[in-house]
Design a protein around this ligand. Structure first.
Ligand code: FES
Ligand SMILES: [Fe+2]
Length: 362
């Protein structure tokens, strides 16, 4: 990336406990994930009236459902009777019926039916609808928020990144493949590696050797950013300088930088990768402080060699990146673990991530 000559105050700001302490993860779930717009999949995951899917947001369990008018709604997946979950996973229904004692809710969240209603002496049906959460979409991608009236709209949350990555028009692409795996490291270590420009030369000498790391460009949009690198001239139109997917035609007449490889970040937990043939989301879901699930979904145009592309993608992310962060995770409880000086250019994004994180987590 372009060198920044001035010396900035760049440092690693998170304590070791933030990578292994279960109480810290609880705090993150409450303060960070509970106060952010989070990726919740694709609109096509809930295609029809009555289609639903569950999404975990911080400490909250949500259900996203398509209502009678075809609009998306989000509710807390928590029965107002005694708190059981109404639905699991994904599916399609006419009403959301709790399996425990058969309270039934409409697709608008209102309580519609109560089994053995005359056994309750005090039941105000109108006040016992599901607790609402928020859902909105951006080019076919669903985002959810645990609050029914968040302080920031999704449009404001994404800010300028909306236009920058909106070029990819994911709603005109198809999901080509999906790959989910779990690895033994804290979710933040993956983010820190994802935004670390310094490791590109050393962890990916072969797999990303065709790209101009020293001329990459990163653009900050509030908490999020885009970054692009172009193919070295000698690798243009060679196998390692392109990807085996079909080129996306609506990128053809855009700025050529969109045809390079892109590694972007939507705060707090969504790395995004792009290229001339793909847009990929790599959602990071913390299971425990030292166990994270990554849900990779790749969108593009059918007709390319998806298997080969996924093999390369996995080699870079799972094979190379995850291997190195697993080794850090093994050290975080050591009394000798600590982070020394970091570069004020190539690793600055780590420091920026920490600032945005610490603005929400205290
Ligand atoms: S907990 Fe849902 S009906 Fe009783
Ligand atoms: Fe990497």
């Amino acid at each position: 990336m372009n060198a920044q000559p001035e010396l900035l105050n760049v440092s690693h700001k998170l304590p070791p406990a933030s990578y292994y302490d279960p109480a810290w993860l609880d705090k993150e779930r409450q303060q960070l994930f509970g106060n952010s717009w989070l990726f919740g999949g694709l609109e096509t995951d809930v295609p029809d009236v009555g289609s639903y899917k569950t999404v975990k947001v911080g400490l909250s369990e949500l259900v996203v459902v398509r209502d009678q008018e075809g609009a998306l709604r989000a509710f807390h997946n928590t029965c107002r009777h005694r708190g059981a979950q109404l639905v699991q996973g994904s599916g399609k229904c006419k009403t959301l019926v709790c399996p425990y004692h058969k309270w039934g809710y409409g697709l608008d969240g209102q309580l519609r039916g109560v089994a053995q209603k005359n056994q309750y002496s005090d039941l105000n049906v109108a006040e016992l609808g599901l607790h609402a959460a928020s859902v909105d979409t951006w080019m076919g991608l669903i985002f959810v928020h645990a609050d029914d009236n968040p302080q920031t709209s999704l449009a404001d949350w994404l800010g300028g990144l909306k236009n920058e990555l909106g070029i990819f028009q994911v709603d005109k692409l198809q999901e080509l493949t999906r790959h989910t795996f779990t690895f033994p490291a804290n979710w933040k270590l993956y983010i820190e590696n994802h935004v670390d420009w310094l490791h590109l030369w050393y962890v990916h000498p072969e797999t990303l050797g065709a790209f101009k790391h020293d001329q990459g460009e990163r653009t900050q949009y509030g908490r999020h950013w885009s970054s692009f690198e172009q193919v070295k001239d000698e690798f243009r139109d060679t196998e390692s300088g392109s990807d085996p997917l079909k080129a996306i035609s609506h990128l053809e007449h855009q700025d050529p930088r969109y045809l390079g490889v892109g590694a972007h970040f939507i705060f707090p937990n969504l790395p995004v990768f792009t290229g001339r043939g793909f847009f990929a989301t790599a959602e990071l879901i913390p299971e425990t402080p030292d166990k994270t699930t990554m849900d990779v979904r790749i969108y593009g145009v059918p007709g390319g060699d998806v298997d080969t592309f996924l093999a390369i993608f996995n080699e870079i992310t799972k094979g190379e990146d995850v291997a190195i962060i697993e080794s850090i995770q093994k050290n975080v409880r050591s009394p000798r673990y600590g982070v020394g000086p970091i570069t004020h250019t190539l690793e600055k994004a780590i420091s920026d991530f920490h600032d945005n994180y610490l603005a929400l987590v205290d």
